[in-house]
Design a protein around this ligand. Structure first.
Ligand SMILES: Cc1cc2nc3c(=O)[nH]c(=O)nc-3n(C[C@H](O)[C@H](O)[C@H](O)COP(=O)(O)OP(=O)(O)OC[C@H]3O[C@@H](n4cnc5c(N)ncnc54)[C@H](O)[C@@H]3O)c2cc1C
Length: 451
């Protein structure tokens, strides 16, 4: 029997706290450099505003890298982790951009409140601040459309393109503003050069996603091998390599799928790989028919050309030698969880493995027979099905505190490795419940099927 802890390659991705420290250091670096080059220190308030402005611009430019797919960065930061940070940081950076002019004139408000309105008006209408005002306004619009994208009459692809192009314009405008208005640039031209270089790197990251990746995937085509029904609401899409090129992945990772037939087409959707590396050159995906794209996938014909960008993600097996494993899936979250279960089965895992699988209806359950067979094939594996609506041999309800505390013993809570995957709301709820039951955060890995 092979011990998975020896056979599974370790992921290169850093932990979230470490990633945050890296990013904070990068964001503060420009201000540190300015200080080291003799930036004149005036008073605490002005310095704070300067530091915030410089850090805000650096953070905004770094957002391009966080949302991009630059290989070495993604391998270290993890695409899902960096996308999560990108989304969370975006709103804070936008708030900082909007506050920036007000923070600059705030002291004047206090000294001469009667001049406040005219001061603000002058700040916003002065020709030299135009680049900053346009950047701020465009950024506010782009962030609002991101927050409310699911409610706008706009396709995801149109939103994504406008988001990328719009922010490239914001980056250029904000950089122009920094080098023409920022007091640091006035004294040190190398500081201007640094902003221009950072802006160029940000735009290059965008081009990497929109030009280099399509070019690369054009050279690694796949074709549809089979399209089957996985459940009443899910399709099982199987594709296979259409050529001799290297493609490696770890069970549980995901890839962007482009089924348009053109590698350059920007319509691509992320799906988790439900198969294991052993199944290569074939890959399979469980796809829930949620919207236009996912429903259309069921109509793909065998032989049809498909392009793949990936693999990405860190929802992979990295388990200490003695750890039990608890897999928790909600709905279509069963896709990557099946990938992990199949990898454990194929590797002859001897550890205690438990699967808690929640679904709405009995007819939505995916791979029911395969999961039942794994109970007989694996040394110590048991599955619990939790159905919202009635079903034979299943728990009734949601994967909540009651179910989890009934199914997990003290040893599992203290030591097991937990893998949770499902829609965002379910994932958040289960992770919170596990933590409240006493599962250490470092033992929980989760994947929410949305960016
Ligand atoms: C890392 C990851 C892994 C995923 N794995 C799976 C999986 O194994 N099986 C599965 O069924 N689903 C998976 N998803 C979700 C899947 O990508 C979306 O359900 C799908 O893209 C929806 O497209 P639609 O046009 O059919 O639905 P829509 O109704 O248009 O969209 C539904 C939701 O999906 C989001 N979405 C739409 N298009 C995209 C896109 N191009 N890129 C990113 N998000 C988009 C939208 O924000 C929206 O909230 C995964 C998502 C992520 C982020």
């Amino acid at each position: 029997m092979t011990d998975i802890s020896n056979t599974t390659p370790r992921s290169g991705a850093v932990t979230l706290p470490r990633l945050l420290v890296w990013l904070a250091a990068l964001v503060l670096l420009p201000y540190g450099l300015a200080l080291s080059q003799g930036l004149e220190i005036r008073n605490v308030y002005t310095e704070l505003v300067t530091a915030l402005s410089v850090a805000g611009l650096a953070a905004m430019l770094l957002q391009f890298v966080l949302a991009g797919r630059i290989g070495w960065f993604v391998r270290r930061a993890g695409l899902d982790q960096s996308m999560l940070l990108h989304r969370k940081a975006g709103q804070w950076i936008a708030a900082l951009f909007v506050l920036h002019p007000f923070l600059i004139v705030l002291p004047r408000f206090i000294v001469a409140p009667q001049l406040a309105a005219s001061d603000i008006w002058l700040t916003f209408t002065a020709p030299e601040t135009a680049t900053g005002v346009y950047a701020m306004a465009l950024m506010a619009v782009l962030v609002l459309t991101s927050v409310f994208k699911d409610r706008l009459p706009m396709s995801y692809e149109a939103w994504r393109l406008s988001h990328g192009v719009g922010f490239a314009v914001v980056a250029v405008l904000a950089t122009l503003h920094a080098i023409t208005n920022g007091r640091h640039g006035v004294y040190n031209h190398w500081f201007d050069a640094m902003w221009i270089a950072l802006c160029a790197a940000a735009v290059a990251s965008l081009l990497d996603t929109y030009l280099w990746h399509p070019y690369r995937r054009a050279r690694r085509p796949f074709r549809v091998a089979a399209v089957e029904r996985a459940s009443a609401r899910d399709t099982l899409l199987t594709i296979e390599k259409d050529g001799d090129f290297p493609f490696d992945f770890r069970a549980g990772q995901f890839a962007w799928i482009n089924t348009s037939g053109h590698a350059g087409n920007l319509t691509e959707h992320p799906f988790s790989i439900a198969s294991t590396p052993r199944d290569l050159p074939r890959l399979s995906f469980v796809v829930r028919n949620l919207g236009d794209y996912t429903s259309d996938l069921a109509g793909l014909a065998p032989g049809q050309r498909v392009y793949l960008d990936g693999p990405f993600g860190d929802f992979t097996l990295e388990i200490a030698a003695s750890q039990d494993i608890v897999l928790i899936a909600g709905g279509v979250g069963i896709g990557p969880i099946l990938g992990l279960l199949r990898a454990l089965r194929d590797q002859g895992c001897t550890r205690r493995v438990r699967l808690i699988y929640g679904s709405r209806n009995p007819e939505d359950v995916v791979a029911r027979d395969e999961i039942a067979a794994a109970e007989a094939q694996m040394a110590d594996f048991k599955a619990t099905l939790v159905l919202e609506n009635a079903g034979d041999g299943a728990e009734r309800g949601l994967i909540d505190r009651m179910v989890l505390s009934r199914k997990l013993d003290a040893d599992q809570i203290a030591k097991a490795a937990f893998y949770v995957c499902g829609p965002p709301q379910m994932t958040r709820l289960v992770v919170r419940t596990l933590k409240s039951l006493g599962v250490p955060r470092r033992h929980i890995r989760f994947e929410q099927l949305a960016f």
